[in-house]
Design a protein around this ligand. Structure first.
Ligand code: TRP
Ligand code: ZN
Length: 885
């Protein structure tokens, strides 16, 4: 399983097919952390048991960024001839069958900018061990199928580090000489090393309790900087709601006496599910109406849920190897999506999730970094925490749920835990539990785990007397290493709308009508379904709730789409067909551009339909906001053979302007009404209606911006804002505008929020998204802003990732300045934090979708990264793949 070093020092690829079970098991792990300001001494005492009699040597991972002080076997200090140390391993020669190995290492957490292993954030010690960080703490078989019971003792200065935490339940605490103190922790559940965590710091705490359904009391603590505690209440409520939800929906209870959460400002990802001690990016814990948007509040709830749900899906049952990452991540994303749907609105949540899948996963599947949900080879596992493993992985679980039904799914989950509690297992084990609980054969279905690429479904209709024959054809384009694809097994939910707008349920040859539509099962490359007696003028509503992660092509006319837009009662389908209609219309405009000038205008019927939606007062305002939010520039680009960034930007803006022109009064009227309703409320509220009103009025700002009263309304919106949702919506529109008030408002925002890191991130973000002609220059200059930082991942992403990922117009600047800028930053960040640097590579790799001129510039920038001195394996792997043709 180990990534050995070849002679060039570049990590080698490792393969799923080479998996072998561990030669030695660790049974108990005792760790002593002796923490000083800049260094830490770790003493690890581990009992090992030989599993494979053919292996006489014990090989442990570890080495980089730490110093080996001593190795002791069963009480005897080993001489240097008894072991071999390489850059990445420690091999202890000829060990007995059962033994205790004690190893001392010295670490330098204050110098650790990689934020992996033991590091410091905001003056506090914390750890990040997933995926392979534990090996930077001590020498250990750092692989998820080695599960052990951990006991931890932490010693540190009491005044500077009053809070000492680790996994499991608290044990003894006490004072030590010289102003130091200690705390002990014991975690009774065997766990892999990636779930280990330790924290030492000066932190405030928000505490609460939860009583589980069987009556056990659990202490809940959220640790954060004292000043941030007032922003932790939403996270605490979300935690309690998660605990309740998992009991109600899956019968799963929490299993320790305490649940601790730490919020840190420097974190590579969103959060980490360490057993009993989650570590969170502050972005997913802290929220107040003044500093967080409604979307931020939702994200906090979702991520709190996600990490909590990992306690069963990930921790109690974990992954055999990292190829199985989606076993825990896909399933846990599915669980957090369901949680958020149940707490909020199912339709809106589904729209958000599908938007994200299309924005983040589809491009991944279509580009050089495409990989399957269960990859079968990698160089650096950190590069596989992707939208494919997480979000497509969740879609795979969702399809299983749909194919076997909610009841069998719940039974399958129970079977999975009965069989595998305390084990490290594979995606096949999960699928087997679902197959056995339902009796449905999932052999073909499992292709979703091994086959990369987004399938395209093409739906056509044919009339046969009173019946309609509906044919679904599927195909999937080649992806790197997979030239040919087999047909997938997938659920396809659909409905019919009759000529008078009424829902129909015509009998179907081999589909089954369910509550939300007719479920067709597709497993061949071409399948035909007969719907009986379908009246003329009926229109099919296809792929309801997006039951499979596919591209959908169909033969619906513009008139039929408009018909569905006003008559489909399924909100998701209504949204999706509206997006389809808008996408096709904007792309028609894009095609008409000659020398930067549109030769076409927006279709009158489309404009009228847009007006009808805007004026619809019967629907949920949040839903109207979704309907009128145009496909993004990136989304539009995905539907072109060759992306034309400037034309897409122009055509999309033209569309907004024409809507604003044609429906000026309705837009302003609707906006005013929303604001009045909000102003009449006594106070800020996170209820569904208030969120909807904010969402709609803030979305309308984008249209109002293009009218003659745009500047007045937007600036007033900004000045009157009493919460971050409104303030940031106005700031984003203004930052991208030519308004007189622009610079003053940007400065105002900055001064109001100086020192609030998560809000200053938004200030960078608003500018990173600006489409103004001078935006790129401004973005490049912001790198030198005193508040910009290469070492803080949130700040980095707010400027650089947002620019490269969401500002298509300027990232693809025709002179290549956007590409150069990104390449230079990648090389710089790589020296500080390779994981974060690697996440910036993907946008440069998608050169195939651009014109030859830009392709060349993009490849030149990729080459420049590859040719820079000492690039990491993380960045190296992705750049090499991006350049491969
Ligand atoms: N397991 C974490 C989650 O999905 C992901 C994660 C947190 C992570 N920090 C990481 C993955 C660092 C790789 C590296 O909840
Ligand atoms: Zn996760």
């Amino acid at each position: 399983m180990d990534a050995g070093l070849n002679t060039s020092g570049v990590k080698q690829e490792i393969f799923l097919k080479d998996y072998t079970s561990p030669a030695f098991m660790a049974e108990t792990v005792d760790l002593l952390f002796d923490l000083d300001e800049d260094t830490a001494i770790v003493t690890s005492r581990v009992t090992y048991k030989r599993m494979d009699s053919g292996q006489s040597n014990l090989v442990l991972n570890g080495g980089e960024f730490m110093k080996l002080l001593s190795v002791n076997l069963d009480g005897h200090l080993l001489g240097e001839d008894a072991y071999v140390v390489t850059e990445e391993t420690l091999t202890v020669k000829s060990v007995p069958d059962v033994f205790t190995l004690t190893i001392q290492t010295e670490l330098y957490p204050a110098d650790n900018t990689r934020l992996e292993g033991l590091y410091k954030s905001g003056g506090n010690f914390c750890t990040q061990c997933e995926a392979e960080g534990f090996r930077h703490i001590t020498y250990f078989p750092d692989r998820p199928d080695v599960m052990a019971v951990y006991t931890v003792r932490i010693e540190a200065d009491k005044a500077r580090y009053p809070i000492l935490l680790s996994n499991g339940n608290p044990g003894k605490t006490g004072d030590l000489p010289e102003g130091r103190h200690f705390a002990e922790w014991y975690d009774p559940y065997p766990k892999p090393s990636y779930l280990f965590a330790v924290v030492a710091g000066n932190l405030g705490v928000l505490s609460d309790t939860y009583k589980t359904k069987s009556g056990k009391r659990v202490d809940l603590n959220i640790y954060a900087a004292e000043a941030d505690l007032e922003k932790c209440h939403h996270a605490m409520a979300a935690l309690k709601a998660s605990m309740k939800w998992d009991e109600d929906v899956f019968g799963l209870e929490y299993d320790l006496d305490v649940y601790n959460i730490l919020a840190v400002g420097d974190f590579n990802m969103g959060a980490m599910e360490n057993k009993g001690l989650n570590v969170f990016n502050t972005k997913y814990v802290l929220a107040s109406p003044e500093t967080a948007t409604d979307a931020d509040f939702d994200h906090v709830e979702g991520v709190i849920g996600h990490e909590y749900f990992h306690n069963w899906t990930g921790n109690r049952v974990t992954c055999r190897d990292w190829f199985q990452l989606s076993l825990k991540e896909g399933l846990t994303v599915f669980r957090d999506q369901e949680f958020s749907s149940d707490l909020g609105s199912r339709a809106l949540k589904r729209i958000d999730d599908v938007r994200l899948l299309r924005a983040a996963q589809f491009p991944e599947d279509a580009g050089p970094l495409a990989h399957s949900v269960r990859p079968d080879h990698y160089v650096e596992i950190n590069n596989f925490y992707t939208a494919t493993v997480y979000n497509k992985g969740a879609e795979v679980i969702r399809m299983m749920h749909r194919l076997i039904g909610a009841q069998a799914f719940r039974k399958g989950m129970e079977l999975y835990f009965n069989r595998h509690d305390g084990q490290a297992v594979t995606c096949d084990d999960f699928a087997a539990a679902m197959q056995d609980s339902s009796g449905k054969n999932l052999d073909q279905f499992k292709l979703w785990y091994s086959q990369a690429g987004t399938p395209t479904l093409t739906v056509t209709r044919e009339r046969d007397g009173g019946d309609i024959l509906l044919t679904v054809h599927q195909s999937c384009p080649p992806t790197p290493g997979q030239p040919e694809k087999e047909p997938n097994h997938l659920p396809f939910l659909m409905g019919w709308i009759g000529p008078n707008g009424e829902p129909l349920e015509p009998a179907c040859s081999n589909g089954v009508w369910q509550e939300d539509g007719c479920l067709l099962e597709i497993s061949n490359s071409t399948e035909t379904f007969r719907f009986k007696d379908v009246p003329t003028g009926s229109v099919p509503s296809l792929l309801r709730t997006f039951t499979a992660p596919v591209h959908l092509k169909h033969d619906l006319s513009k008139e039929e789409k408009l018909f569905l837009m006003s008559h489909d009662r399924d909100p998701f389908a209504r949204w999706d067909i509206t997006q389809d209609l808008l996408r096709v219309e904007i792309l028609r405009l894009v095609d008409s551009y000659k020398d930067g000038k549109a030769q076409e205008t927006v279709d009158k019927d489309v404009l009228d339909a847009f007006g009808t939606v805007l004026a619809d007062e019967s629907a949920d305002p949040a839903f109207i906001a979704e309907l009128i939010l145009l496909p993004s520039e990136n989304d539009l680009g995905q539907y072109m053979d060759v992306i034309k960034p400037e034309e897409i930007y122009l055509a999309r803006t033209q569309f907004i302007s024409q809507v604003a022109d044609a429906h000026r009064d309705i837009v302003l009227e609707r906006y005013k009404k929303c604001r009045e309703m909000l102003e009449n409320q006594a106070q800020y509220s996170l209820d569904k209606n208030s969120k909807g009103l904010r969402r709609l009025s803030n979305t309308l700002l984008g249209f109002i911006k293009q009218t003659s009263s745009g500047e007045d309304v937007c600036c007033e919106h900004y000045n009157n804002a009493t919460n971050m949702t409104d303030q940031f919506a106005a700031l984003s529109v203004i930052a991208s505008s030519e308004f007189q008030c622009r610079n003053e408002i940007l400065a105002n925002f900055y001064h109001q929020w100086k020192g609030e890191d998560l809000v200053i991130d938004k200030w960078f973000m608003a500018q990173a998204m600006s489409r103004r002609d001078d935006a790129l220059e401004n973005i490049v200059n912001l790198i030198d802003h005193p508040d910009f930082s290469l070492t803080n991942p949130n700040r980095m992403r707010s400027l650089v990732m947002v620019f490269a990922g969401q500002n298509q117009r300027h990232f693809h600047a025709n002179d290549g300045r956007g590409y150069n800028f990104l390449a230079e930053i990648i090389v710089k960040v790589d020296k500080v934090n390779p994981q974060v640097a690697a996440r910036l590579v993907a946008p440069l790799g998608r050169w195939k979708k651009l014109d030859p001129h830009r392709q060349k510039l993009m490849k030149t920038s990729l080459d420049a990264i590859l040719n820079a001195k000492h690039i990491s394996d993380d960045v190296g792997e992705l750049v090499a793949k991006s350049l491969a043709t």
